[in-house]
Design a binder for this molecule. Structure first.
Ligand code: SF4
Length: 71
């Protein structure tokens, strides 16, 4: 988990590919493949730019980007 950002994936909502598209869409490599599973790379979570690209690939709730800080 990052210090400033936490990204969560619900694979059950990432049909039909389990979220594989996330790996290529994120410009700062927050997502990675572990075996056949899409996971977040904790070391890169804080690089998230809040671009929102990952939020538009699957239905709402499939990916959640949480800011762990107050603005
Ligand atoms: S909001 Fe953008 S930078 Fe952040 S995890 Fe999603 S695709 Fe990556």
């Amino acid at each position: 988990m990052g210090i400033f950002i936490k990204v969560e994936i619900d694979p059950s909502l990432c049909a039909p590919d389990g979220g594989r598209k996330l790996v290529n869409v994120c410009p700062v490599n927050v997502f990675a493949l572990d075996q056949d599973r899409v996971v977040t790379d904790a070391e890169n979570e804080d690089e998230c730019t809040l671009c929102g690209l990952c939020l538009n690939l699957y239905p709402p709730g499939a990916v959640v980007v949480r800011r762990l800080y107050r603005e």
